[in-house]
Design a protein around this ligand. Structure first.
Ligand SMILES: Cc1ncc(C[n+]2csc(CCOP(=O)(O)OP(=O)(O)O)c2C)c(N)n1
Ligand SMILES: [Mg+2]
Length: 889
């Protein structure tokens, strides 16, 4: 029987293969690794040319990317830095531990920082530049859960006094506290980037890097070698947000961007990839996305083993082990590692025969080795042409004794007192045992050598970090008069509020002073909003310009991409667009350039898709305009259930700094935009605006006199019944205001019922004001009662309030506490449908007929209109009283 080996063809081939391998080995020995790699690349290229395809290799051996012989020596005083790191670790530990002893369950994290400390310290001592001159320094997105370490460092540097640190997670006491995580809203002088919601930090970092280039290419900031560092958890990489925008980094050649993934192999519940190796998986993902990948897996103490291991057996053993095993090694100690890791092969056991179990246990991982980290950072900083990721292997809960590398380590807040004593002994900290047991903070005097070293390193790099300081913005908003074209009405021409907005936007971009600060952002919906003219006017930003002649070059509104283009056309990514909005909306604080973003999108794909990012935007004190197009559940026709938004105003009402409006007319929009520019940029209020825009065309009236204040406060009377004879008050917003106006005519003409019509531009703002007044009244029972705006506005009016909106009934219902028995809300509760406006509005009972019918019905209930006549009117108006409720259909 012929075996494979006896097959003459195959054995010939096997011999050939052997020859090739021997020849290659020769090259490796004589020419070295770089030339060998070059040879392989050349061979691969040849194979491609010959049409031979081969599976692409996206993981490299499980060793450090930078070989020892390419390393540069460490420039810092390692002994000193180790001591500083120990002091920081101690204070972070003492802070969290102490706080939980004092206030059980207050929380805090130590295991994350324990794994990250050296990765951060090398950065703080040698890489992270603070602001220099008028340029902000590097940006660092810290892993949110590592904040105790950042606080401990700031404490050592004297940035916080002891009292402040003792109020970690006690933010509501007399002494100012420290927020749990990075929150610029809560600590505006300290934190810049909210990162604690997993995935948002890395995504924002990618777009921040791109936005930095955008500002450079548009001449708004100088080109600098500044970097953006994002520290990311390995568990965090499971969030789609974390990895979703990697290709942008490559496409835009963002060599100002560095990710450091803290691969401590664990997340909250257990291992990130128990049955595999997360570093291999991430290497493939990042390499595939075109990033420069630097693996920092093994510490310097492993170098010697690699040198002594001539057979490749050590690497083989490393590649046999999965992360679940690597975690167990660090949890179970040196004897276990000797037996289970080295013990598998007698040759490997020999490598460590001269070492004690304790020495074996303390063999370092790359992410705890400052020299390895330094070399990786240096390469990352010097790398040109694209972003870099450093995959650093660490140990979760490093140095925390029995907490280290345990599945539960993420949630450990307290450490056994013996472990605390153990800690100070191991790191030789001059803390009395009793103080250690009590978890007391320890800060050497500021003239101690450690402190001086820390200060000197930071001074050399520009100063403290993190730090957020925002000088007053010098900005004057254009006066309302400059918007005359839009407050003057459309002179009978039917236009939509969206069209009105685009023409305002175009005018703003032409403004000599603020035009260049405008940043229009759009996720592939430019044409939906009629942005073609703006595209031609200012161009789409393209870092490499336009390398092709667009097919529509001969047309007036051709697709124009420019290196200094102004529009950020993000493609179909609401999350990416929101990240750009975040970068631009915080430009005033991060670059000292008050960029004014206008992010235009389908309102349905707003908060419900990227709400967490909007929340982070508010936390970051972002400013700007969210322009929600194709709004309304009945105004957006044809597209149906997944597109028709009847609830975003409710969703946006939850964000405290979001001011939201639902304007009906272009003049309202103009007033709101002007007021927004004034409040956010001129007055410096930390707000952002949510404005719904519609695509229904109708003639835009001229602005009546004296309504400006009403528009921004949320309500004004648009039409008053003659001689104050109104028996009901009709509220309308957005295009439904037109239905309400028609209802007014029906009521007057057919039923002799006179009404006032009010335009309600913001129920959210009216409610907020009323809540504020009500609270004041509650807290001052002995003083004269104040009146909420909505109550004073309606004080002299008679009859019920019938409020109709293209949003859910809950939107007007927000005023119910102050309108007691007066309010009837008509809204669009229920699933959307594809149909035209007429049918949609009849279905949701927000058309003029439904508004009129509801008014008569309420008047009847109130005894002001004959009930039988009201019932008859319903039929006359085509309102089917027995039809199913659209809220449930
Ligand atoms: C969006 C989101 N989901 C869940 C959490 C809760 N959470 C906080 S830390 C954590 C585990 C983090 O693991 P990893 O990213 O590996 O960081 P490590 O602490 O291990 O460095 C989880 C699930 C969160 N903060 N954000
Ligand atoms: Mg982790």
């Amino acid at each position: 029987m012929a075996t494979k080996v006896s097959n003459p063809v195959e054995s010939d081939f096997a011999a050939q293969l052997r020859e090739w391998i021997e020849a290659f080995d020769d090259v490796v020995v004589t020419e070295g690794p770089e030339q060998s790699a070059e040879l392989l690349t050349a061979l691969k290229q040849r194979a491609r040319e010959a049409g031979i395809s081969q599976a692409s290799e996206l993981t490299t051996p499980y060793v450090n990317t930078i070989p020892k012989h390419e390393e540069v020596p460490y420039p810092g005083d390692r002994k000193m830095e180790r001591r500083i790191e120990a002091l920081i670790r101690w204070n972070a530990l003492a802070m969290v531990h102490g706080q939980n002893k004092k206030d059980q369950g207050i929380g805090g994290h130590i295991a994350t920082y324990s794994s990250l400390a050296t990765l951060l310290e090398v950065g703080f001592n040698h890489f992270f530049h603070a602001k220099h001159g008028d340029q902000p320094g590097d940006f660092v997105y810290f892993q949110g859960h590592a904040s105790p370490g950042i606080y401990a460092r700031a404490f050592l540097l004297g940035r916080f006094d002891e009292q402040r640190v003792l109020h970690f997670r006690h933010e509501l006491r007399e002494t100012p506290g420290l927020s749990s995580y990075p929150h610029p809203w809560l600590m505006p002088d300290f934190w810049r980037f909210p990162t604690v919601s997993m995935g948002i930090g890395p995504l924002n970092a990618v777009y921040q890097a791109r936005f930095m280039r955008y500002l450079e290419n548009r001449g708004l900031i100088e080109k600098t070698p500044r970097k953006i560092w994002a520290f990311v958890g390995d568990g965090e990489t499971d969030e789609v947000d974390t990895l979703g925008a990697l290709s942008l980094g490559r496409r835009e050649k963002l060599d100002n961007l560095i990710f450091v993934v803290n691969c401590n192999l664990q997340r909250l519940d257990g291992p990130v990839r128990g049955n595999a190796r997360i570093i291999d998986e991430l290497e493939a993902v990042f390499l595939g996305a075109g990033w420069n990948v630097i693996k920092v897996i093994w510490g310097s103490d492993w170098d010697e083993f690699f040198e002594r291991d001539h057979t490749g057996l050590l690497l083989k053993r490393m590649e046999e082990c999965v992360d679940g095993e690597y975690q167990a090694f660090k949890a179970k100690g040196g004897a276990y590692i000797r037996k289970e890791f080295f013990g598998k092969y007698p040759e490997l056991l020999k490598l460590v025969e001269h070492m004690t179990d304790d020495e074996i246990f303390h063999l370092h991982r790359g992410g705890h080795d400052a020299r390895k980290i330094y070399n990786a950072y240096k390469r990352a900083v010097e790398h040109k042409g694209g972003p870099t990721v450093i995959l650093a292997k660490t140990v979760k809960g490093y140095g925390l004794g029995s907490t280290q590398a345990r599945n539960a380590s993420h949630q450990e807040k307290k450490v056994a007192e013996d472990a605390l004593v153990d800690f100070i002994r191991r790191y030789e900290l001059p803390i009395p045992e009793a103080d250690a047991r009590a978890g007391k903070l320890y800060r050497p005097p500021q003239d101690a050598p450690e402190m001086q070293y820390m200060h000197a390193r930071r001074q050399g790099l520009g100063g403290f970090m993190p730090k957020r300081d925002v000088p007053k913005i010098d900005f004057t908003a254009p006066k309302l008069e400059t918007f005359a074209e839009w407050t003057g009405g459309s002179k009978g021409r039917a236009v939509s509020t969206t069209m009105g907005f685009v023409s305002i936007l175009r005018a703003l971009m032409k403004d000599a002073k603020i035009g260049k600060l405008i940043v229009p952002i759009v996720p592939d919906e430019g044409r939906t909003f009629g942005l073609e003219s703006a595209i031609r006017q200012v161009g789409i930003y393209a870092s490499e310009g336009q390398k092709y002649t667009p097919h529509d070059v001969d047309m007036l509104l051709s697709y124009t991409e420019k290196q200094d283009g102004q529009i950020l056309e993000e493609g179909i990514t609401e999350a990416g667009s929101m990240a750009s909005f975040t970068a631009a909306g915080t430009g005033y604080s991060n670059y000292l350039v008050p960029t004014i973003p206008f992010y235009m999108y389908y309102s349905m794909f707003g908060f419900q898709r990227v709400g967490d990012m909007m929340w982070a935007f508010a936390d970051a004190r972002g400013k700007g305009f969210l322009m929600a197009g194709t709004a309304g559940r009945t105004t957006m026709t044809g597209e149906g259930l997944q597109h028709q938004d009847g609830h975003s105003h409710l969703l946006m009402s939850v964000i405290p700094t979001c001011v939201s409006y639902d304007p009906a007319y272009v003049y309202e929009l103009a007033v709101i935009l002007q007021d927004g520019l004034r409040r956010m940029y001129e007055k410096g209020e930390d707000l952002f605006y949510y404005i719904t825009m519609y695509n229904e065309d109708y003639a835009m009236p001229e602005m009546p006199k004296g309504v400006e204040e009403g528009i921004v406060r949320g309500i004004y009377r648009l039409k008053a019944a003659p001689n104050g004879k109104a028996v009901a008050q009709l509220f309308g917003s957005g295009p439904i205001l037109n239905e309400v106006l028609r209802a007014r005519e029906i009521l007057a003409e057919k039923y002799g019922v006179e009404t006032d019509v009010w335009s309600v531009t913001s129920y959210n703002e009216l409610r907020r004001e009323a809540l504020g007044v009500e609270r004041w009244n509650r807290l001052h029972p002995a003083e004269g009662e104040k009146t909420p705006h909505i109550v004073s506005v309606l004080a002299k009016t008679k009859g019920p309030v019938i409020a109709a909106t293209d949003y859910m009934k809950a939107v007007p219902d927000q005023l119910a506490p102050w309108l007691t028995t007066r309010l009837v809300s008509l809204g669009t509760d229920g699933f959307g449908r594809s149909d035209n406006r007429e049918h949609l509005r009849r279905h949701f009972e927000v058309n003029a007929e439904s508004v009129a019918a509801a008014t008569l019905s309420k008047l009847a209930r109130d005894g002001k209109f004959d009930a039988k006549k009201a019932q008859k009117a319903l039929a006359e108006l085509g309102v089917d009283a027995e039809r199913g409720d659209p809220a449930h259909r």
